[in-house]
Design a protein around this ligand. Structure first.
Ligand SMILES: O=C(O)CCC(=O)C(=O)O
Ligand SMILES: [Fe+2]
Length: 206
């Protein structure tokens, strides 16, 4: 029996149409989530992200790291990143999430939001390197934050809270029809770490 997983039904689709999003709730105890947060906070080689927005190269406040099976080159927002190898902690989390979602992943983008002023603007993870109808598993650690989806044509919006140690799965046509974002949160002084496990297709091996 899984003691942490009984409050949410992952077979429930949070999106009313054009995609599939499942919230698994907590997939680990708070003590384990604290341990993973501290470990990743301390030992990740965090760097500010860069993106080309409206023709300008900007540096984001949030910090990122990218790990994967091989030194993938991954391009988004006009900048190219090279994946670092899996660490023991990330590999352990990858295996746990693969067994829960019954899906395999070959890379992980880590985001560190130092406080509630930092977030992520509306976007879809629809780069060609992720292929068609990609599946993305998103693990949240640290501060609880709101997450939102907005349909690209109807503008319908769906929001939910992402708890410490919880898992969200986005699959099917989600990235083609819906945007998502992490809005800023007032009076939030704690940090949050998010891990998105992804599958890069047709990657050139070095
Ligand atoms: O921080 C999050 O929950 C979402 C991050 C995200 O959307 C992304 O990395 O593409
Ligand atoms: Fe995203």
């Amino acid at each position: 029996m899984d003691l942490f997983n009984d409050a949410f039904d992952p077979s429930f689709n949070l999106l009313p149409y054009d995609g599939r999003v499942s919230y698994f709730g907590h997939i680990m105890s708070d003590a384990h989530a604290d341990h993973y947060f501290d470990q990743l906070h301390r030992s990740t080689a965090w760097q500010h992200d860069q993106a080309h927005i409206a023709g300008k190269l900007i540096t984001t406040e949030r910090k990122v790291a990218w790990h994967g099976d091989a030194a993938f080159a991954y391009t988004y927002s006009g900048t190219t990143k090279h994946a670092q190898p899996w660490t023991d902690t990330l590999f352990e989390l990858k295996q746990k999430i693969e067994s829960i979602t019954k899906t395999s992943f070959n890379s992980c983008l880590l985001n560190l939001y130092a406080n509630g002023q930092q977030g992520m603007a509306w976007h879809s993870d629809d780069e060609a390197s992720l292929g068609h109808n990609t599946c993305i598993a998103s693990l949240s650690l640290g501060a609880q934050r709101t997450f939102a989806f907005k349909h690209k044509t109807t503008a319908q919006t769906i929001t939910l809270e992402l708890a410490h140690g919880s898992l969200l799965l986005m699959q099917g046509e989600t990235q083609h029809h819906w945007l998502h974002r992490l809005p800023p949160r007032a009076n939030m002084h704690q940090a949050r770490i998010n891990l998105t496990f992804r599958t890069i297709v047709n990657h050139p091996f070095p």
